[in-house]
Design a protein around this ligand. Structure first.
Ligand code: CO
Length: 184
């Protein structure tokens, strides 16, 4: 708790870590809780509403979200979800999505509007909650990252064509499978 959170480097579209299936967290120890703190600090650094471990190059099933951030930018209400599983989903909603790993690209994505998600928190307690609307969308976007799926994968062929050149631009900076965002 005395340790100050570290800001972690962001892995960008083209980096192979973004396409891996992440591994389950077996033990929630001090290392995991420190990592979660770092992930939260990094999410806020980039003004994100969610961030998944593979986006900072860590192949583990951990996500952080802050769904209230959009309406209340001054307040911080982070939620850490370890080994999240979307157990049920229903309905349909369309939301303009972006991703810290895919800078400056936004597109409308259709997803279920209601989900039931189970996860373990940082104190090793199990939860099962229902989410609707914007928080449900964020959790689905972040859970996708844990299976190597990006929001651009959900687009129609036509919508993907529109952003193809921008994606190619991002991908160009990949060296030996690694594409890390430079500090601005
Ligand atoms: Co993302």
């Amino acid at each position: 708790m005395s340790r100050k959170p570290k800001l972690l480097p962001i892995h960008i579209y083209g980096d192979k870590v973004l396409r891996l299936k992440c591994e389950e967290v077996q033990v929630i120890d001090e290392n995991i809780s420190q990592f979660a703190e770092d992930l939260i600090a990094t999410m806020y650094q980039w003004d994100g509403v969610g961030l998944a471990a593979p986006q900072v190059g860590v192949n583990k099933r951990i996500i952080v979200i802050d769904a209230e951030r959009k309406d209340n930018p001054k307040k911080q209400s982070p939620l850490v979800m370890i080994n999240p599983i979307i157990e049920e989903s229903s309905g349909e909603t369309e939301t303009e999505e972006g991703c810290i790993s895919i800078p400056d690209i936004y597109a409308k994505v259709v997803r279920p509007s209601n989900i039931t998600v189970s996860y373990t928190d940082i104190k090793n307690e199990q939860h099962r909650i229902k989410l609707s609307g914007y928080p449900a969308v964020i959790v689905q976007h972040e859970c996708d990252h844990l299976d190597g799926i990006l929001f651009t994968d959900h687009l129609s062929t036509i919508a993907r064509l529109k952003i193809r050149n921008k994606l190619k631009e991002l991908q160009k900076n990949t060296v030996d499978g690694v594409n890390i965002r430079c500090e601005e």
